[in-house]
Design a protein. Structure first.
Length: 205
């Protein structure tokens, strides 16, 4: 397809596509003339993934390039590919923050028998949340999170079910990213609705 068709099908402007080409995020098309090139479905899939990484995950162009380079390196490793696309694995695998709450998160992961990388950013998020709750006078520990974690296991299984049957690595990464990031507000909304329903059941007149 010509760049105009690539723009129409992807929803990304020609100007932005040319910018991605200059920045090396999108590989060049097949040259057909001095100023013309043709693009294929792989360009379309990669462009959609770039849009998801920059628009949905909010990554900078430089970080997006790092993620795309890492994805290319692990194309045959679906587990690694999903971790990189979703941000559950850091590019470069920097170590997480070492705090007392981090030790509690490790205890939670061990209790659940989860296979989670030591540098997973979500570990830091949990540790920071526990610290913030305690600073506000809510003394929760990792054991309080166990039943929530079991619910999260079931949600994760539903998430991964949505990716069954996808063979293209770029499409898999894009679908996982969109389902995870865009579905999170809906999951939060469902929790609020369920809380209202439970409150009505317990306390309603």
């Amino acid at each position: 397809m010509r760049i105009s068709e690539l723009s129409r099908r992807s929803g990304v402007s020609v100007t932005t596509i040319k910018y991605y080409l200059r920045e090396g995020l999108l590989p060049p098309g097949r040259q057909t003339a001095a100023t013309q090139a043709e693009y294929d479905d792989q360009h379309l899939r990669r462009l959609r993934l770039i849009r998801a990484l920059t628009g949905v995950r909010g990554l900078s162009v430089s970080t997006t390039r790092e993620v795309l380079d890492a994805l290319a390196e692990y194309t045959g490793d679906t587990h690694r590919l999903l971790g990189l696309a979703l941000g559950s694995i850091r590019v470069g695998e920097q170590p997480g923050v070492d705090t007392p709450q981090a030790a509690e998160v490790e205890a939670l992961v061990r209790e659940l028998d989860w296979d989670v990388h030591a540098s997973a950013p979500a570990r830091d998020t949990l540790a920071e949340t526990l610290a913030s709750l305690r600073a506000l006078g809510v003394p929760l520990d990792w054991r309080t999170l166990l039943p929530y974690a079991r619910l999260a296991e079931r949600t994760a299984a539903l998430d991964l079910d949505q990716l069954e049957g996808l063979d293209d690595p770029l499409e898999t990464a894009e679908r996982a990213l969109l389902l995870t990031v865009l579905l999170e507000p809906a999951l939060l909304a469902l929790r609020r609705l369920a809380q209202e329903n439970e409150s009505a059941r317990r306390h309603g007149g």
